[in-house]
Design a binder for this molecule. Structure first.
Ligand SMILES: [Zn+2]
Length: 143
């Protein structure tokens, strides 16, 4: 089996509704995203011959993920999240945010990113999302 590995980083803040502790405040991370794409066979024809996937295509998809989250506040689509967005939108200029259907933990985000990449037709094997240099979550689908 072949595994391609590609990496990108983005800066993002999030709010974890209901979290008891210092991460209960709005705060940010420098996220590091490492994705692995698998293939048992290489393409046999065309411009991508002898490749699992074109690195350029993988980079393009990672750029989309970067642009979606980079320098944004990410909140869950619950009452607190919606109230927070409403207040900040009325107060801050150039306020950009993303509302997601889940609590934006490293676990949920890595699963969401995995599924976004899979939806592009990539044979994604694994997503590893670092929230700090020493803490990360790996998401894979059960074999
Ligand atoms: Zn955090």
């Amino acid at each position: 089996m072949f595994i391609l590995k590609s990496e990108i980083g983005f800066d993002m803040s999030h709010y974890l509704s209901g979290y008891d502790g210092k991460c209960g405040n709005i705060h940010g991370h420098r996220y590091r995203l490492i994705v692995k794409v698998k293939g048992t066979e290489l393409k046999s024809t065309g411009s991508n011959r002898a490749m699992v996937e074109d690195f350029g295509f993988i980079k393009l998809i990672l750029k989309d993920i970067h642009d979606l989250f980079d320098h944004k506040l990410v909140v869950e689509d619950d009452q607190i999240g919606r109230d927070l967005i409403k207040r900040l939108e009325g107060t801050l200029q150039n306020f950009e945010h993303v509302v997601v259907s889940y609590r934006p933990t490293a676990e949920e985000m890595s699963r969401d990113i995995f599924n976004r990449i899979k939806a592009k037709g990539i044979n994604i094997y694994e997503v590893e999302l670092f929230e700090t240099p020493t803490n990360s979550c790996i998401y894979r689908e059960e074999e």
